[in-house]
Write a protein that binds this ligand. Structure first.
Ligand code: ATP
Ligand code: MG
Ligand code: MG
Ligand code: MG
Length: 442
């Protein structure tokens, strides 16, 4: 981001003063027109800290800090999807209406579909999901064989939905990032195995992020199909209502149950406890709904043409990011899953003109040492060079942004056995460590 070229040998340092993190609240006060309406904690925190900026209803600028975090999240998602054989592609967002008319969803989607016309007056929509597109793609190939199965194709792209009530910041946008994966198999059993492996990958993903999601039975909506689960993150502002049995493993979205059922339909002994959740992922077994329409056909072991069994699997990428902030943060301070925190460490040199000003060089030195000894921290350590500000003010900012580790270089660093004050923001602990101790910790 910025170079502090004190020495020709050292790498450029990431300086907090140069981070593009415009915090609009300071300038516009409480003017809700300029701020966009604040509807939840994650939106407020993300706007205050200069992570997102409202542009129009349900649309945001994702500012650099957010993009860093999102790229990390996508990397973790890629690992999990590719770990079960997923192959990443990228499909057009501008989708021809023909496909949507063929599947009859052009009418079914109603007002949620963003529709437009090209210069030849042909109808298009901005892709809200890509079952039609991916099935047509696969169907175009004439030589598909059972040897290629299961075929798992996925993308991470912007999706467009004209939501009736865009709100809660990135939780419900009209333009948002989704990871959508589509699976092709030869038999119902094989498709169920694939479905199961995707659910397991989702479970691993959320465990790695430290998010306690619940997998619940779900409605299939207008995507269609017969078997479906949602991954729900329990939260008070969640828009879904979940029923979880106190006795057995049963868990469902209320949408799937008749209104008067209070006893568990699985064990009939337990009572169902209601809670609210944010839907962060959704899996569907589609059967042959789309493959029949678009003729996605594979040749089987006997060389006989067979219509593919499909599944589709969504993850709300930007929603996961905001939902994690929503459930992990306090009203004042952002907390991230460690894996996707935008920067891992923030180093605070002393205030200019203070008694311990000379410790400033130790701070810069520390940044370089960490990068040198800990390759995983390269590009992850920022130096809060705003030394005209007190340590206290900069600590408050660092607390708000939620760097997992904040290192204060002050009095203790100048002593005979130099020590750094290390605040582990995830646990709230503060420890004094030598440089070696710090390298061990990180
Ligand atoms: P919701 O019930 O919240 O409207 P959905 O059931 O319509 O979501 P799906 O079609 O299942 O959404 O899409 C897959 C995933 O995309 C969802 O599980 C969610 O995480 C994410 N998602 C859906 N709509 C939005 C949105 N408007 N903003 C951000 N993420 C979204
Ligand atoms: Mg929806
Ligand atoms: Mg839903
Ligand atoms: Mg859904």
């Amino acid at each position: 981001i910025a170079a502090s070229n004190h020495s020709r040998h050292v790498k450029p340092t990431l300086l907090v003063s140069r981070l593009y993190q415009p915090s609009n609240l300071r300038d516009v006060g409480q003017d809700s027109r300029l701020q966009g309406e604040m509807t939840c904690k994650s939106q407020m925190l993300m706007q205050q800290a200069g992570l997102i900026h409202p542009s129009n209803p349900g649309c945001y600028y994702y500012l650099p800090v957010t993009v860093r975090s999102m790229e990390k999240l996508v990397r973790v998602i890629d690992q999990e999807m590719q770990g079960i054989g997923g192959q990443k592609l990228d499909m057009p967002s501008l989708c021809s209406a023909d496909l949507w008319k063929t599947s009859e969803r052009w009418d079914l989607m109603g007002k949620e579909l963003f529709r437009l016309k090209d210069r030849h007056n042909a109808d298009y929509c901005l892709g809200p999901t890509h079952e039609e597109a991916v099935t047509t793609l696969v169907a175009h190939q004439t030589t598909l064989s059972y040897r290629q199965l299961p075929l798992l194709l996925y993308q991470v792209t912007r999706k467009f939905r004209d939501e009736p009530k865009p709100r809660f910041g990135l939780l419900r946008g009209r333009e948002f990032y989704m990871k959508d994966m589509y699976s092709f198999d030869m038999s119902e059993e094989a498709a169920h195995r694939t479905y199961e492996s995707v659910c397991q990958a989702y479970t691993r993903l959320f465990a790695r992020l430290g998010l306690r999601c619940v997998q619940v039975q779900a409605d299939t909506g207008n995507i269609g199909g017969t078997l479906s689960h949602e991954f729900q993150l329990p939260a008070d502002i969640g828009e879904d209502r979940l029923l979880v049995c106190g006795t057995c493993s049963f868990a469902a979205n209320v949408e799937t149950l008749s209104p008067d059922k209070t006893d568990c339909p699985q064990c009939s002994a337990g009572t169902l406890v209601e809670s609210k959740g944010i839907e962060v992922g959704h899996t569907f077994y589609l059967g042959r709904k789309y493959s029949n329409i678009f003729k996605a056909i594979f040749s089987n072991h006997q060389n006989k043409p067979t219509v593919a069994e499909m599944g589709c699997y969504g993850l709300g990428v930007t929603r996961i990011l905001a939902a994690a902030i929503e459930v992990m943060s306090t009203e004042e301070a952002i907390r991230w899953p460690g894996l996707i925190a935008p920067y891992q460490v923030c180093v605070l040199p002393p205030k200019k003109g203070s008694k311990v000003e000379e410790a400033a060089v130790l701070a810069e030195d520390l940044v370089h040492t960490l990068g040198q000894f800990l390759p995983h921290l390269r590009g992850e350590v920022v130096l809060d060079d705003r030394t005209q500000m007190t340590i206290g003010k900069r600590l408050r900012d660092a607390g708000r942004l939620g760097y997992p580790y904040v290192v204060v270089v002050g009095q203790a660093a100048l002593e005979e056995m130099p020590k750094f004050e290390v605040i582990c923001q995830q646990t709230g602990e503060t420890v004094f460590l030598s440089k070696d101790g710090l390298i061990d910790l990180l």
